[in-house]
Design a binder for this molecule. Structure first.
Ligand code: KIV
Length: 300
């Protein structure tokens, strides 16, 4: 399959809906790629769904590079977007370029995502100027959890909604290749989508966006925590996994695991020598056969 690029995603504006899912390691990236994800986001939501944290704020560039590199090991044809963690692009544009560069150079990402609108334009311009494609993220931006006073739907009032449209316009004009719209009313998402020339990718933003993204662990039911209203869970892997482990433990307790075909064997004549050796019948005479026996056992 041909590798999907940021310009190719941008060209999908208004066409077939864009599919995006998070992944944080090689197995999840392989699954996402096999299922046909256009974009794999190595999201800082790894903090919530893998590391069990309340928010994403403690994620570091090193950790995001580590997870991005793990995803790239799967060699997905999906475009891999590395999420820039909090404070990796909030100080200076130079610092932001260095950190975005690490996600690309050390992690292997084909693009980066960062949260915020006009406030981050200098950073967006600097990263774009370094030839790194940028995905924007507006609305409920989890790195602003304290500033927002919690994880709240954004843009419910006309004035705030208009600010968001202005932010989206500014990001699109700066040259981002797509914008994630998270936790906003559907009417607002539809207006942004109609207004800008780059694809919008919704999460809790209604059906009017150019694409949709959800978190891997939420879609597959890999955890048993409460999820947001916008999550549709397509499987309950956690229950399947618990049931499988219960059966494994039961087999261990009953002695039915491991079975004969899950066990390595030794030729009967070697076993006989070993028994004699162990019972002292051969004294030290058989000791030279020790390594031979070990090698043989490994080969069975
Ligand atoms: O970190 C993440 O997973 C995200 C998505 C929810 C868009 O930013």
């Amino acid at each position: 399959m041909k590798k999907i690029t940021a310009p190719a995603i941008k060209a999908r504006k208004g066409g077939e809906k864009i599919t995006m899912i998070t992944a944080y390691d090689e197995p999840s990236a392989r699954i996402a790629d096999r299922a046909g994800a256009d974009i794999i986001l190595v999201g800082d939501s790894v903090a919530n769904v893998v590391l069990g944290r309340e928010d994403t704020l403690a994620m570091t560039v090193d950790e995001m590079v580590y997870h991005t590199a793990a995803v790239m090991t799967a060699e997905p044809s999906s475009l891999v977007v590395g999420d820039m963690p909090w404070l990796s692009y909030h100080t200076t544009p130079e610092n932001a370029v260095d950190n975005a560069g690490r996600l690309v150079r050390d992690g292997g990402a084909g693009a980066v995502k960062l949260e915020g609108g006009r406030k981050r334009l200098d950073v967006v311009n600097a990263v774009l100027d370094a030839e790194i494609p940028v995905m924007g993220h507006l609305g409920l931006t989890p790195q602003s959890v304290h500033a927002m006073g919690g994880y709240r739907v954004q843009g419910k009032q006309a004035a705030a909604a208009y600010e968001l449209i202005t932010d989206a316009r500014a990001l699109a004009e700066a040259g981002v290749f797509a914008i994630v719209l998270e936790g906003v009313p559907d009417v607002l998402a539809e207006m942004v989508t109609a207004e800008i020339a780059v694809p919008t990718i919704g999460i809790g933003a209604g059906a009017g966006c150019d694409g949709q993204v959800l978190v891997f662990h939420d879609v597959l039911g890999l955890h048993d925590k409460r999820t947001a209203k916008f999550v549709r869970q397509y499987a309950n892997i956690a229950d399947v996994a618990v049931e499988a482990l219960e059966r494994f433990f039961a087999d261990v307790r009953s002695g039915s695991f491991p079975g004969d075909d899950e066990t390595y064997h030794m030729p009967e004549e070697s076993a006989e020598i070993l028994r004699e050796l162990n019972s002292g019948d051969l004294g030290g005479a058989g000791l030279a056969t020790d390594s031979f026996l070990a090698d043989e056992a490994m080969e069975q």
